[in-house]
Design a protein around this ligand. Structure first.
Ligand code: ADP
Ligand code: MG
Length: 608
């Protein structure tokens, strides 16, 4: 507990004690009035600040007015007790919100603050702020990795759950990428430091989760709007009741139940809990806004390469179309051009060249042409690697499109001459079919595949998966156009991509979901939701969490706030309860909303 919290406890005790003494007629009225002033001080302060900065009338103003009305109307004890009970309620609510936030942080875990560094004079423990890029950090079994980097030597099995939510440990050897915050389960690693502190993937995830609260869901904005609109109605209502009954006690009681405070509380806590829950299964959601949108999505658009496919793309055949360029030479140049590309097909080409022990040169110049391929200069020659559109666009004549039963052709041109094709077979990700079926079961009406690949390959994949519609030969901007067309037809669209060639489409969709397991920073930046494991079944999990969260918000609003308040107002009007009972009952919805929201952290959600 912080100092401020202790001050609050003191305030509650003092005002409570004096109210009690006054009731027993042990202190005179002026003392009670001073106590009320002490108790009201923080309420008036936050109340006025909210009013000025956010133009909203919160519980604080309501309680202040209720207390003043009670005291001025002669119900002094009731007023004081009511104020004390509300102070206690607010105190509990604040503590609980603090705890919910803390639990999110503990879910995502932490990164060690020191690292064991290999230096010329042996090993040395260095604090993270002294650590430098390229330092070699030693991590042993049972320890957390403090930095992002590649393994220099050693072998270990690493639990990456803090990043991916995947609890099966992964084997890491020299050359593999490891992340800060993950744990070496067995073995030991020498890691070459690449990213430290706030730059690590882990820190970025924590920052995203922490900032998620800022992106409010529309239902929250709606709740705030309703609350603002309710206030004048409530005042008119209270004045009318007073004119009819002239009963100060009843007015004070009613005021407690007409305060729209929980309307504001009903949503954010649910969103925090849902985001934490998702983070634990390797799903990164950047705000409550996206939870609500995902719950409402009726159309899902998938990118093909790298998203539905790219289990392990393999070069399966080659064709030389120019006598001067034998297959190995085509492969050598294509691999050189593709060396720096993160595209899954590029990786297949490079791996194939390495397997054949081809010596792949460094490109002198290199450019990734979004959605088409790459253009590079190798040993002074201009090399193009990509789809047919790329070659045509650059004025290379292609007699006919080369196609081969469902395989993706990667065309190669050298100095403006078409020289040959590399065929890549790109298998589906495991579980892709079931993942799509599950999404349909969760109410997604249309599933569409967009691809920059040719129509034949797209069709082959589509039949295997059972998607409703395909659009092939698309440029990145065509994908954006396809999405905005669907939106114009009134659909709510989620786009699922890998962040390579489809970042604009991810941004255009109502919800952009990216495969983030490859560690591409582009995906992490462009998407609203990131799947840290590249596991398509996580989309259905994310949707299940989203729908559950949305339902919880509705429950909170209608049951916690609506029903309790309607019953309370009725009971007050009937004269069944007075201000003190009302203040106690009023704790009910606070607790209810809290319990119902935090439940999300633990409750069973199918597929999560
Ligand atoms: P998708 O839309 O299915 O994800 P992309 O937009 O990523 O496909 O790529 C479209 C096409 O562009 C691929 O089928 C491939 O022919 C070509 N291409 C893109 N980048 C590369 C690359 N780095 N190397 C080879 N071919 C590429
Ligand atoms: Mg792709």
């Amino acid at each position: 507990m912080t100092r401020e919290r202790w001050v609050e406890v003191g305030r509650i005790l003092i005002t409570g004690l004096i109210a009690f003494l006054y009731w027993r007629q042990l202190v005179p009225l002026p003392v009670l009035l001073v106590a009320v002033a002490i108790g009201l001080y923080p309420l008036v302060k936050t109340g006025l600040l909210d009013l000025i900065h956010e133009k909203k009338v919160g519980t604080e103003i309501f309680v202040t007015i209720a207390t003043l009305v009670a005291v001025l109307g002669g119900e002094t004890v009731a007023g004081a007790v009511l104020m004390v009970i509300i102070l206690i309620a607010e105190f509990i609510a604040e503590l609980n919100t603090d705890r919910a936030r803390a639990s999110i942080k503990s879910l995502v875990g932490s990164v060690p603050q020191v690292a064991l560094v290999r230096t010329t004079s042996g090993e040395q423990t260095v604090s993270l702020d002294k650590l430098q890029v390229d330092d070699i950090v030693l991590v042993r079994a049972g320890e957390k990795i403090p930095v992002d980097g590649h393994v220099k030597s050693g072998a270990a099995s690493v639990n990456e759950a803090p990043i991916t939510g995947e609890s099966l440990p992964k084997d890491k050897v020299a050359g593999d990428l490891v992340f800060a915050g993950t744990v070496v389960a067995s073995g030991a690693l020498d890691i070459q430091t690449e990213k430290i502190g706030v730059d690590t993937t882990f820190s970025r995830i924590v920052a995203l989760v922490e900032n998620a609260e800022a992106k409010q869901a529309p239902v929250q904005k709606l709740a705030d709007k309703v609350a603002a609109w309710l206030i004048p109605v409530v005042f008119v209502f209270l004045i009318v009741v007073y004119l009819v009954t002239r009963d100060v006690r009843m007015i004070v009681t009613l005021m407690i139940f007409t305060s729209p405070a929980e309307l504001g509380l009903a949503t954010p806590l649910v969103m925090i809990a849902a985001i934490a829950r998702a983070a634990r299964s390797g799903i990164l959601i950047k705000g409550g806004l996206y939870l609500e949108l995902l719950a409402k999505v009726d159309t899902m658009v998938f990118d093909k390469t790298g998203t539905l496919t790219a289990n392990k793309p393999e070069v399966v055949a080659m064709e030389s179309c120019n006598a001067d360029f034998p297959e190995t030479e085509i492969l050598r140049l294509a691999a050189a051009a593709d060396r720096l590309s993160a595209h899954p097909l590029a990786k297949a080409v490079v791996t194939h060249a390495q397997r054949q022990n081809i010596n792949v040169p460094e490109p002198e110049k290199y450019e990734q042409l979004q959605g088409r391929g790459v253009s590079a200069t190798i040993e002074g020659r201009a090399v193009l690697v990509g789809n047919a559109a790329l070659l045509r666009e650059s004025g290379v004549s292609l007699e006919s499109a080369v196609e081969k039963g469902g395989q993706t052709p990667v065309h190669v041109a050298v100095d403006g001459q078409f020289v040959g094709v590399i065929f890549v077979a790109d298998t589906l990700r495991p579980g892709a079919r079931e993942a799509l079926a599950n999404l349909r079961a969760s109410g997604v009406k249309r599933i569409i595949m967009l691809t920059g690949d040719n129509a034949a390959t797209a069709r082959a994949v589509a039949t295997e998966l059972g998607v409703d519609d395909i659009r092939a030969d698309l440029m990145p901007e065509d994908k954006v156009a396809a999405i905005s067309e669907l939106q114009k037809q009134g659909h709510r669209v989620a786009m699922i991509g890998d962040g390579i060639n489809d970042a604009p489409a991810l941004a255009k969709a109502d919800v952009g979901i990216a495969m983030g397991g490859g560690g591409t920073q582009a995906a992490l930046e462009a998407a609203d939701i990131v799947l840290m494991t590249d596991d398509l079944s996580k989309i259905a999990s994310a949707r299940a969490i989203a729908r559950r969260a949305y339902r919880t918000v509705q429950e909170n609003l209608f049951v916690g706030v609506g029903v309790v308040h309607v019953l309370g107002i009725t009971a007050a009007l009937m004269g069944w309860i007075g201000p003190i009972e009302a203040a106690i009952i009023h704790l009910g919805p606070d607790v209810l909303v809290f319990v119902n929201s935090v439940k999300l952290l633990r409750v069973r959600i199918p597929g999560v």
